[in-house]
Design a protein around this ligand. Structure first.
Ligand code: GLA
Length: 742
C-alpha cells in the first residue's frame, strides 16, 4: 500500500487524509463526506455523509469492525462481507448482490471485478474531463480534488475515483476513470459515475418526471425494498425522466428535513437508481445507462465516465437548491453571457410557424423595436425546401423564395432597425426528403435491412463518423459566418433509435450511443471556441435536453415548448429546483395558448417569463394597443430586475403543485439589499381574505420597504408572519412585490 501526501494536501483543508486511520474526510461548508480503507485488505468503504463533523474516526459506522464480517476474520463467509460492506465504489461478480457501479467483461467472459486501494493524491484545483462537460475551478483555492487509484490485479485494471470539493457551495462532484493496464482488451458493460451506500432513514425518492410540454415536474414516491429509480434510453437526457434523483426525509419542506440529491452532468441515456436491500441499506447509483452500452477498452486505453454531483442538505430543499445553483453558476457555465443581461428577444415560431418571408419578419422586428425588444430570432423554416416539418433538415441553404437576398439582406434590415439577429438550426438531423439524404442515405442511423422509425419525419445523423461530423460543423460554421448572426438556437427534435453505425464493427455498436453524445459535445465546443462572443441557447423539442452537460456550453436552454403561464409554474418549479433561473428560456406568447388552449392575462405571462431569460414568441404585428403598451412596461421591468433575478438567491415560497391554488417564489440579492417576490393566483377561491406568504433566507435584523405601498416591514415579520397578498379577481392573476432594504 502506497500512501502519498502531496504539498497541497497540507496547504488546503477541504480534503484531509488521516494517515494513521486511513480515512479520507471531505468537508464542504456544511457537510462532511467520510470514507476510508478497512484495515485488512484495502477495500475502500464509505462511513458517513451528512452534517459537518469534527470527528474523523467514524469507522464503526460501516458495521464491519465487530470482526464478524471482515473476510480476514471470517474467510469461510466472505460473501457475508461483500453483501453488506458499504463499498465506496461497488463492483459486480464478487458476492455483492446489490446493483453495482462497474461491470467489466474480461477475455474469459467473466464480469468479476474486485478493487483494492493502490494510491491517492490530493491537489488544488480540478483537472478537466477530456471530451466531457465538467465543473471547474474559477479562482485559486476554490476547489480541491482527491484522486484515489484502486486496482484489480487480476484484470490489470486501474480505477481512478475523483472527488472535488468547493469553497463556495455544499456540492461534491465525482467522476471515474478506468484504465486498462493489461495486455488484453476488456469490455465495460456498465459504469456508473457515482455509487453511494447510505442507511435508509425512511426516505422518499424525489425525481423530475415529465413529457413534451410538461418537463421536470417534481414527484415523490416511497423508497420501498428493491429497485426504485429513473432512466432514459432515448440517447438524450429526455423530457420523460431527468438525470436527477434525491432521497428525502418524509414530508420534507423548503427549510426542514434531510435530502441527498444527485445530478449527472450528461446529456445522453442515463440511469439513476436507489436500491434498498434486506438490511435497509440504500445504494444510490447514477451514470450512463447500461442499456445498449458496451465499450471496448484496449490495452493502454482509458474511459472517463461523466461527472456526478452530490448535494446534502439537513435544512430542507432550499439549501439543496442553493448549492446546485451556486455550483452551476460559479463552476459550470462558461458563456460570456453568464453574468450579463440577455437581449430581450422576439422569436417568430409561435407567431408564424413556417409561414414567413423577409417582409413578415422585418415587420415583426419593426413592431418589436417599438416595445424595446432587442433581438429577432428566426426559427425553423428558413432553409432548403422547408415549408413544413416533413422535409429539408440537413439542407442548410437559405430558401431565397422566402428570404430574397439571403440572410445578409434580412439581417442587415433587422440590424438597421436596431435589433440583433439570431437563428434556429437543428444540425444533428436529416429528413429523408432532403438533398442531403438523397446524396448520403447511409449518414443517418439506420440498421441494415430494417426500415428506421421516423419521428417528426426525421432521422438522426451519425455524427460519430468524421465525414458526417465535418459536414454538420461546416453547415453550422458557414451559416453563422454568412451574416451578422449573434445568437443560435440549437435544436434537437427526436430521440435516438435504430442505432447502427457504419463507422464501427458489429462488436462495437454498443459504443455508439455514448459516442454520439461525445460528438454533440465536440460540436458545441467547436462552436463556442470558434464564436466566443456568441449567445447559444440549446433546445430539444422544448426542454428534452435541459441538463448540466448542455449548460457547460450554453448559458440558457429552452425550458419547454409549453409557454402557457400556468403550466410553466410547475415546469419552472421543477427546473429551478436545481438549475439557476438565468438558465431557463422563458417567453410570453399569445392566448389561447398553443399548447394548452388556456387564457391567462398578458401581465401574468410576463411575470412568469421574468423568472427566466425573458422574451416573446408571437406575431408582434398582431398586438392590441393595450398589449403594445404592456410590452414596453414588461421590457422595462425586465431591465429593472434581471440583474437581481440572474445573480440573486432563489427561494421557493409556495407551490401550486402542492396547494392547487397559488404559486410563489422570491429572489434576494446577494448583498441583501433587494428582494423580488412573485405571486401567482392560479385558481381563484371565492371569498378569501388574502394570503400571507412567509419569505425565506432573510437576516431578521434588517428592515425592508415595499416599493409600491411604502410600508416598512421588519425582516423578522416577513420571515415569521409573512407578507400579505390581498385577494385577486380571476384565475391566473399575479403580482410582483419589490422590497428594498432600509
Ligand atoms: C422544436 C422547438 C420549438 C421550435 C420547433 C421548430 O419543437 O422546441 O421551439 O423551434 O422545434 O421546428
Amino acid at each position: 500500500m502506497n500512501i502519498t501526501k502531496t504539498k497541497s494536501e497540507r496547504g488546503l483543508n477541504m480534503i484531509k487524509y488521516d494517515d494513521k486511520l486511513k480515512i479520507f474526510k471531505l468537508d464542504t461548508i456544511n457537510t462532511s463526506y467520510i470514507f476510508g480503507l478497512d484495515d485488512e485488505a484495502g477495500y475502500l468503504c464509505h462511513y458517513y455523509y451528512g452534517k459537518k463533523l469534527e470527528s474523523v474516526d467514524v469507522r464503526y459506522l460501516s458495521r464491519l469492525y465487530d470482526g464478524k464480517y471482515l473476510p480476514g476474520v471470517n474467510a469461510r463467509d466472505k460473501n457475508g462481507f461483500s453483501d453488506v460492506a458499504p463499498f465506496e465504489f461497488s463492483t459486480g461478480g464478487i458476492g455483492d448482490f446489490r446493483p453495482h457501479a462497474l461491470e467489466i467483461v474480461d477475455k474469459n467472459g467473466s464480469i468479476a471485478c474486485e478493487l483494492f486501494y493502490d494510491s491517492h493524491r490530493i491537489y488544488e484545483g480540478k483537472e478537466a474531463l477530456t471530451g466531457l462537460p465538467a465543473t471547474f475551478s474559477n479562482k485559486k483555492g476554490d476547489v480541491q480534488t482527491l484522486e484515489i487509484t484502486l486496482k484489480d490485479k487480476i484484470l490489470k485494471l486501474a480505477v481512478k475515483l475523483s472527488y472535488s470539493v468547493f469553497s463556495d457551495t455544499d456540492a461534491i462532484v465525482r467522476s471515474v476513470k478506468v484504465i486498462n493496464e493489461g495486455s488484453d482488451s476488456v469490455n465495460i458493460t456498465k459504469i456508473m459515475s457515482l455509487s453511494l451506500d447510505l442507511d435508509n432513514e425512511d426516505f422518499d425518492l424525489l425525481s423530475l418526471h415529465g413529457s413534451w410540454g410538461r418537463e421536470r415536474t417534481m414527484e415523490y414516491r416511497d423508497l420501498g425494498h428493491g429497485f426504485t429509480g429513473v432512466s432514459s434510453q432515448r440517447g438524450v437526457s429526455s423530457h420523460q425522466e431527468h438525470p436527477f434523483i434525491a432521497l428525502t426525509s418524509k414530508n420534507i419542506t423548503q427549510t426542514e428535513g434531510s435530502v441527498y440529491a444527485f445530478n449527472l452532468v450528461y446529456s445522453g441515456s442515463f440511469e439513476a437508481v436507489a436500491h434498498r436491500n434486506q438490511f435497509d441499506l440504500v445504494r444510490v447509483l447514477l451514470g450512463i445507462s447500461p442499456y445498449n452500452f458496451k465499450w471496448e477498452l484496449k490495452p493502454g486505453d482509458e474511459f472517463i465516465a461523466p461527472e456526478a454531483v452530490m448535494v446534502h442538505s439537513f435544512k430542507g430543499l432550499s439549501a439543496m437548491t442553493t448549492a446546485f445553483h451556486e455550483l452551476y453558476r460559479n463552476h459550470l457555465i462558461r458563456s460570456p453571457y453568464l453574468h450579463k443581461k440577455r437581449p430581450v428577444l422576439i422569436n417568430n415560431w409561435e407567431g408564424t410557424y413556417f409561414d414567413f418571408d423577409t417582409e413578415k419578419l422585418v415587420n415583426i422586428a419593426k413592431e418589436a423595436a417599438k416595445g424595446g425588444i432587442e433581438m429577432l430570432v428566426m426559427d425553423d423554416g428558413w432553409f432548403g425546401n422547408r415549408f413544413d416539418d416533413n422535409r429539408a433538415l440537413g439542407d442548410w441553404k437559405v430558401n431565397e423564395e422566402k428570404l430574397p437576398g439571403g440572410l445578409k439582406e434580412l439581417v442587415r434590415r433587422v440590424n438597421d432597425l436596431g435589433l440583433k439577429f439570431g437563428i434556429w438550426m437543428e444540425p444533428e438531423m436529416v429528413n429523408p426528403d432532403s438533398d442531403l439524404y438523397r446524396a448520403h442515405p447511409d449518414w443517418a442511423f439506420e440498421i441494415p435491412g430494417r426500415d428506421p422509425s421516423l419521428s417528426r419525419n426525421q432521422l438522426v445523423l451519425d455524427i460519430t463518423r468524421q465525414e458526417v461530423f465535418d459536414y454538420v460543423w461546416n453547415c453550422v460554421e458557414s451559416t453563422l459566418k454568412s451574416a451578422n448572426i449573434e445568437y443560435l438556437k440549437w435544436d434537437m427534435n427526436r430521440a435516438l433509435c435504430d442505432i447502427y453505425s457504419a463507422g464501427l464493427p458489429a462488436d462495437r455498436q454498443g459504443e455508439i450511443m455514448h459516442r454520439y453524445v461525445l460528438s454533440v459535445y465536440k460540436l458545441q465546443e467547436k462552436l463556442i471556441t470558434t464564436f466566443p462572443e456568441f449567445l447559444l441557447e440549446n433546445c430539444s423539442s422544448g426542454g428534452g435536453r435541459f441538463d448540466p452537460g448542455m449548460l457547460y456550453y450554453s448559458p440558457q436552454i429552452w425550458t419547454s415548448d409549453n409557454t402557457d403561464a400556468g403550466a410553466r409554474l410547475l415546469i419552472q418549479e421543477g427546473t429551478a429546483l436545481i438549475y439557476p433561473l438565468s438558465t431557463m428560456g422563458a417567453h410570453v406568447s399569445v392566448c389561447p395558448n398553443h399548447a394548452m388552449g388556456r387564457n391567462t392575462p398578458f401581465e401574468t405571462r410576463g411575470n412568469v417569463a421574468l423568472a427566466g431569460t425573458f422574451g416573446y414568441e408571437l406575431d408582434t404585428t398582431k398586438f392590441t394597443d393595450e398589449e403594445r403598451e404592456m410590452v414596453k412596461e414588461q421590457v422595462k421591468t425586465y431591465h429593472k430586475y434581471n440583474d437581481l433575478v440572474r445573480e440573486g438567491d432563489y427561494y421557493r415560497l409556495a407551490s401550486l403543485r402542492e396547494n392547487g391554488v397559488y404559486d410563489a417564489w422570491m429572489v434576494k440579492s446577494k448583498d441583501d439589499k433587494e428582494i423580488l417576490v412573485t405571486f401567482v393566483l392560479a385558481n381563484k377561491v371565492c371569498n378569501v381574505k388574502g394570503r400571507k406568504i412567509k419569505l425565506l433566507g432573510l437576516n431578521e435584523a434588517y428592515k425592508y420597504v415595499d416599493e409600491e405601498t411604502k410600508v416598512v416591514y421588519g425582516a423578522d415579520v416577513l420571515s415569521n408572519a409573512g407578507i400579505l397578498i390581498s385577494d385577486m379577481w380571476g384565475d391566473y392573476q399575479s403580482k410582483l412585490i419589490h422590497l428594498t432594504k432600509v
